[in-house]
Design a protein around this ligand. Structure first.
Ligand code: PRX
Length: 660
């Protein structure tokens, strides 16, 4: 990715501000702003104090060893992640506290206390050990969102084997590539998983993948859907059969702070997926600390992060952060619109969820479906909301605040990445005034900046490249097996300075708040102005008829690029247009005028194209690159990370037939 022009122009103005209320502040885990200055005055002491949240078998003798771009945290410290998430809670009153509340897609439920979790994890670990898994091995996990997915991760950590969780929506080829890159010796899967009432054949997919995976020796299969699957003698084993004779209990491996805890693959725009390596002591310190501070976790809370364990959000804030803190974490297997579009709200009501952490793509879908769905349910248990994964458009923030948070819950918009392991930019809900659309400020102990292509800070109000200036405990250590790619991707883009380059554009306002402008690759260049997709899209989403928008730059002979926007209207508005109450042309003109009013004539799009769905990755991010291919009449580039290939095929046909 070339970093060309020095900065990004910023045009969107957002002035709303929400101050923390006194009640919330009084009970908050972080009540005083001094924490920022304390952390800044000596970040090593700050992080060493945070590491005390964990139980170490042996204390570290150096907090951090920074040899850019390689880092070690809590040098020579010894601990075990599973011990910290499970065993140590048995010594406290939390032994009988709910650790995991589970709801399956068909509506089945399970609650595992910390004691139950310990029993299940130790059994699972003993089964894995009997199948030959040892410290230092890699184990692939390809499972739905069921408690056994978390149990399998913890069991690997217990034995000192690194897990590589592959999202259950990925294809056999994607699974194969990830298994081969990691050289995993065992894969854990299920017979199938539920998806909107249908079965996804995970075991069959795994068979297809493993046929081309020379390192795989064994496959462990957990029963979930109960359909017939074929088992290969000597290679495949049913967990429910091995579990019967398995021993409960047993020790945890003593791991070095820098031993690998897991690999998680993340796709770049080009090339094969990158195996992001996270280690033990720093990662666990980072996720436990941020989970406690940002989500204001109390022992009585039910915490629900809706991410799948196949993503970093699921690793850090469904499993490791919450369990390290002895929290009750909710796992949900299904989709938000099955059997009806109020499924999330039914779950909040049923379990009295207090803290909800979800993604803008889901929030925009809820906006599209309409506020009557959350209105049917009692959401009064909620006290804090979170957002992650993409910039949240200010209007989506306002909708979330009003219709889900009842105008009483703070919203923490959390910026981070698979690579960063933990949240780096976010409000602390008891002390940080909120601005819709801004992730606010770096968390205590994190040093960020917005710079130009030479690494010099840009003026406040100007857009530039988001960088991190100091190492943080949960940062990735390398790309598995490819140190050079790690250096080139994250450290060499801005030469001469050791700045971690996140690949995102950002600006800071006059309060020093960060506004994430989207991926630098997605920036639109109109007549020499570099516009952020986030700002153009937010101006559209600000219009009451629009649920979601994707803006791209399309080649233009004079302007360099012209803006094309793909719009999803709210369901009620689409119906109105279908009935002829308003023509498409009228709606297009109205939207163009709205954006000119919000941003200026520079942002007037040449095209506005209506579509029922936008192409997204399986983790819900809009794939603007494919929209560019369509708008410029090219063959589609790599579509392997696409969630639903039918969406793009239909869009391409309609676009080419000019059917908007
Ligand atoms: O572009 C940023 C966007 O998601 C990217 C990281 O994606 P991934 O590794 O899949 O991790 C997602 C969950 C942590 C970032 O480079 N992103 C993530 N959170 C935000 C965001 N963009 C704006 N605001 C956020 N809160």
């Amino acid at each position: 990715m070339a970093v060309r022009k020095a900065t990004i122009d910023t045009l969107l103005q957002e002035d709303r501000i929400f101050h923390p209320d006194t009640e919330f502040n009084r009970q908050a885990n972080v009540k005083h702003r001094e924490i920022y200055a304390e952390a800044r005055s000596n970040s090593r002491i700050f992080w060493a104090m945070q590491a005390e949240r964990l139980e170490w078998f042996q204390k570290w003798d150096q907090v951090v060893d920074w040899q850019p771009p390689f880092v070690k945290w809590f040098v020579n410290g010894k601990l075990n992640a599973c011990y910290n998430c499970v065993d140590r809670h048995l010594k406290t009153w939390r032994k009988n506290k709910a650790a995991i509340i589970f709801e399956g897609e068909p509506g089945d439920t399970r609650v595992l206390t910390y004691w139950d979790l310990w029993r299940e994890v130790t059994k699972f670990a003993n089964v894995l050990r009997d199948l030959g898994v040892q410290k230092g091995d890699r184990v692939a996990i390809y499972m739905p969102m069921i408690p056994e997915a978390a149990i399998a991760m913890l069991a690997c950590a217990r034995l000192g084997a690194a897990h590589s969780v592959v999202f259950g929506g990925f294809s056999p080829d994607s699974l194969r590539d990830r298994i081969n890159d990691a050289g995993a010796k065992l894969v854990i899967t299920t017979d199938g998983s539920w998806r909107r009432g249908k079965i996804v054949p995970l075991k069959k997919n795994t068979d297809l993948a493993v046929a081309e995976c020379p390192t795989i020796e064994k496959m462990l299969v957990v029963r979930r859907t109960g359909q017939e699957v074929s088992m290969q003698e000597g290679r495949d084993f049913w967990y429910h059969e091995l579990e019967v004779g398995a021993q409960v209990g047993g020790p945890c491996e003593e791991m070095d702070s820098e031993d690998m805890l897991f690999i998680l693959y993340t796709s770049g725009t080009t090339g094969k997926p990158k195996g992001v390596v996270h280690t033990t002591g720093g990662y666990l310190t980072g996720v436990a600390t941020t989970h406690h501070m940002i989500f204001d976790l109390k022992d009585s809370d039910v915490f629900w992060c809706t991410a799948d364990v196949g993503w970093i959000t699921g690793h850090s804030y469904v499993v490791y952060g919450p369990l390290a803190n002895g929290a009750t974490t909710l796992m949900f297997e299904g989709a938000p619109d099955w059997p009806e579009q109020d499924r999330f709200w039914a779950i909040v009501e049923r379990y009295g969820v207090n803290i909800l952490y979800t993604a803008p793509t889901a929030i925009r879908a809820f906006m599209k479906w309409g506020e009557q769905w959350p209105a049917r349910r009692d959401l009064s248990s909620l006290r804090l909301l979170g957002s992650v994964g993409e910039p949240i458009n200010p209007e989506a923030w306002m909708w979330y605040h009003k219709h889900i948070g009842g105008q009483r819950c703070p919203i923490v918009d959390t910026w981070w990445q698979t690579e960063t392991g933990m949240i780096l930019i976010s409000a602390l809900p008891g002390i940080t005034p909120l601005k819709p659309g801004s992730a606010t400020v770096p968390v205590p102990g994190v040093e960020a900046d917005v710079v130009d292509k030479n690494g010099n800070p840009v003026l406040l109000g100007k857009g530039g490249f988001l960088v991190l200036k100091e190492p943080w405990p949960a940062m990735m250590r390398t790309i598995y097996g490819d140190d050079q790619r790690y250096i080139d991707t994250y450290w060499n883009k801005i030469p001469g300075k050791w700045l971690y380059f996140a690949g995102d554009g950002a600006r800071r306002d006059y309060h020093n708040y960060y506004w994430i402008l989207g991926r630098v690759d997605d920036v639109i260049n109109v007549a020499g102005h570099r516009l952020s997709t986030m700002e153009v899209e937010s101006a559209f989403v600000d219009h009451p008829s629009v649920a979601e928008a994707a803006a791209i730059g399309k080649d233009h002979a004079i302007k360099g690029q012209a803006i094309s926007v793909f719009i999803t209207l709210k369901s009620s508005i689409s119906k109105e247009m279908d009935s002829g109450a308003k023509t498409r042309k009228e709606m297009q003109d109205e939207l163009k005028a709205h954006v000119v009013r919000k941003i200026g004539a520079i942002a007037r799009p040449d095209d506005v194209f209506f579509t029922a769905e936008l192409p997204k990755t399986r983790s819900g991010k809009i794939m603007r690159r494919l929209l560019r291919d369509i708008a410029e009449g090219r063959a589609l580039g790599d579509t392997t990370t696409l969630a639903d290939p039918a969406v793009i095929a239909e869009l391409k046909n309609r676009y080419e037939a000019k059917e908007s």
